[in-house]
Each structure stands twice: as structure tokens, then as C-alpha cells.
Ligand binder design. Structure first.
Ligand SMILES: CCCCCCCC/C=C\CCCCCCCC(=O)SCCNC(=O)CCNC(=O)[C@H](O)C(C)(C)COP(=O)(O)OP(=O)(O)OC[C@H]1O[C@@H](n2cnc3c(N)ncnc32)[C@H](O)[C@@H]1OP(=O)(O)O
Length: 254
């Protein structure tokens, strides 16, 4: 399997995979403590060059998101915060192009695709934890994250849909890491034990096999050394027209 991807391929937004992260990144430092030095981070080069104010706004929004969830019984006075947030929205909204324009801009040739904005890893997306994935030399990808109250399902536990979402996303990275890409066609998941909030979750995904357009992937979530969730999926190599781009002939189908 090849890791080569081509920025010239209009159906693929990714560049070649290479380590680009600095060790100041807390999730990378955490991952290095857990998995040692024997892995390379998945390419996140599309994050370079982002407006630092955009990164900062995203970060402040996530702080608010986490601080706000479950605050109702605390007696907090939120009047000033509400006013400041209204002002912030009044500043940003008029500067933000319509959604169709922004959608197309994500998929410009050689652009970041949805990796900056997707709901799992996108730092521009407030609902994203955001999860960061790391690629290992054995072809698997891993992520470690601790989720808070915004992601609660059963009492004190991660919402099962959130687990499914994160693993589906990791499947995408597992494909990407070994030079494949596809769409989820079939997805099955077993919730073996409750998945705790507020405790580190270790996720792993890998391509088990692939033949023609079919890619079979597997993934797990562990916490405290115990298996919580395991999932299997069939991805199918498929060509989806990119927003704002002519639907010209895609590259070779796998
Ligand atoms: C482009 C940019 C890439 C950027 C890369 C960046 C890398 C960064 C990495 C990661 C970050 C992001 C990662 C995100 C990841 C998330 C993934 C999703 O959420 S995907 C959304 C949900 N999935 C759908 O919406 C699919 C909807 N379904 C379809 O469109 C079609 O069903 C499709 C394309 C999957 C297949 O349709 P057909 O018409 O092309 O092909 P047919 O002939 O039906 O199937 C081909 C073969 O597959 C089998 N097949 C199809 N579906 C099956 C199923 N559900 N179960 C079992 N077999 C199935 C069929 O039986 C057939 O097999 P036989 O060739 O006959 O042996």
C-alpha cells in the first residue's frame, strides 16, 4: 500500500504525509508519554498559516463551551458574558461569507478540505473536542482524549454516538495514513463497557484489509486499560464531487 497522495488530484485535498507537529502541543506530548517515540504524527500541515486570531477565537469558544455545560445550578451571573458574546457575534457575523462560499473555499485546489472544520478534529469547529490523531509505523492511527460534560450520554459516560463519530473519523485517518480513502458504507459497533467522561480515552484504528474498492477497518476505545468500544466498518472508495469545483473525471478508483 502506498502512502502517496497527490495535491494535484482534484478529489483529494491532502498532501504527502509527514510529521509537522511541535512537541509543545499538549495532545502530542500526552501521546508521546503514552506511546513513546515510535510513531509519527499524521500530517496536519493544513493547520499552518491559520490566522492566529481564528485559532484564539476557537480556543475561547471551546473554553466557554466547557464552562457553560451544566452551569445552571451554580448561581453564576452570566449577564456580562451574554452581552460580550452578543458583541463578538456582531463583529464576526458580517465578516463571514455565506456558507456555500465558505464550503467551496475549503475545497479549493490544494486546500485544507474539511480538516479544519469537521466536527471531530476541526479546530475551527466549536463542537469538535478537537481530537488529534497520530499515525504509527505499523499503519494504525491513535488518538487520546479526555471528554467533558458537552459529550455526556449516560450519567458520567460518553454519549455512544460520540464514540461512534470519533471512531468513524479515525477510520478516515486510518485509510488516509496508508494511502487509501473512501466513504463509510457499513459500520457496526459494540459497546462493551461504559466509556467514562473525564478520564483519558485511548482510541486506535487500522485498516484490516482491502481489495478493489473495499476497505475493511477496525477500531477500539480503551480507558483505564479496559476495552470499552470496538467497531468494524466497510469503507468503499468513492468519488464525491467537491463543492465549488467542476465534477471532472476523478483519479483512478481503488
Ligand atoms: C475527498 C477528500 C478526502 C480528503 C482526505 C483527508 C484525509 C483526512 C482523513 C480523515 C479525516 C476525515 C475522515 C472522515 C471520515 C468519515 C466518513 C464518513 O462519514 S462517510 C459519510 C457516510 N457515508 C456515506 O454517505 C456513503 C453513502 N453511500 C454511498 O455513497 C454508496 O453506497 C457507496 C459510494 C458507498 C457505494 O455505492 P456505489 O454505487 O459506488 O458502489 P456499489 O456497487 O453499491 O458498492 C460497491 C461494492 O461495495 C459493496 N457494498 C456497498 N455498500 C455496502 C454495504 N453497506 N455493506 C456491504 N457491502 C456494501 C457492494 O455490494 C459492492 O460490492 P461488489 O463489488 O458487488 O462485490
Amino acid at each position: 500500500m502506498s502512502k502517496d497522495t497527490s495535491a494535484e488530484d482534484p478529489w483529494h485535498s491532502g498532501g504527502k504525509l509527514h510529521p509537522v507537529l511541535g512537541t509543545r502541543d499538549p495532545q502530542l506530548a500526552d501521546a508521546q508519554r503514552v506511546w513513546g517515540e515510535d510513531f509519527e504524527p499524521v500530517d496536519l500541515s493544513e493547520l499552518e498559516g491559520a490566522d492566529p486570531h481564528l485559532e484564539d477565537v476557537g480556543e475561547q469558544m471551546r473554553r466557554l463551551r466547557d464552562a457553560l455545560t451544566g452551569i445552571a445550578d451554580s448561581g453564576a451571573d452570566l449577564a456580562e458574558a451574554a452581552e460580550l458574546l452578543r458583541r463578538a457575534a456582531d463583529i464576526v457575523e458580517p465578516q463571514s461569507p455565506d456558507q456555500a462560499t465558505r464550503l467551496a473555499s475549503q475545497w479549493r485546489k490544494g486546500g485544507p478540505g474539511a480538516r479544519r472544520t469537521n466536527p471531530v478534529g476541526g479546530t475551527e469547529n466549536v463542537i469538535a473536542p478537537p481530537l488529534r490523531a497520530f499515525g504509527h509505523p505499523d499503519g494504525s492511527v491513535s488518538a487520546r482524549i479526555t471528554l467533558g460534560l458537552p459529550y455526556q450520554g449516560p450519567p458520567g459516560c460518553v454519549h455512544g454516538g460520540m464514540s461512534a463519530l470519533m471512531l468513524d473519523h479515525l477510520f478516515g485517518f486510518a485509510n488516509h495514513w496508508v494511502g487509501l480513502r473512501g466513504m463509510t458504507a457499513h459500520y457496526e459497533i459494540d459497546y462493551r463497557k461504559p466509556t467514562p467522561l473525564l478520564e483519558p480515552l485511548d482510541m486506535k484504528a487500522w485498516v484490516e484489509s482491502h481489495e478493489g474498492r473495499k476497505i475493511w477497518v477496525r477500531a477500539t476505545i480503551e480507558s483505564g486499560g479496559e476495552l470499552r468500544v470496538e467497531a468494524r466498518a466497510l469503507f468503499i472508495s468513492a468519488n464525491v464531487p467537491l463543492p465549488g469545483r467542476d465534477a471532472t473525471a476523478p483519479g483512478e478508483e481503488r
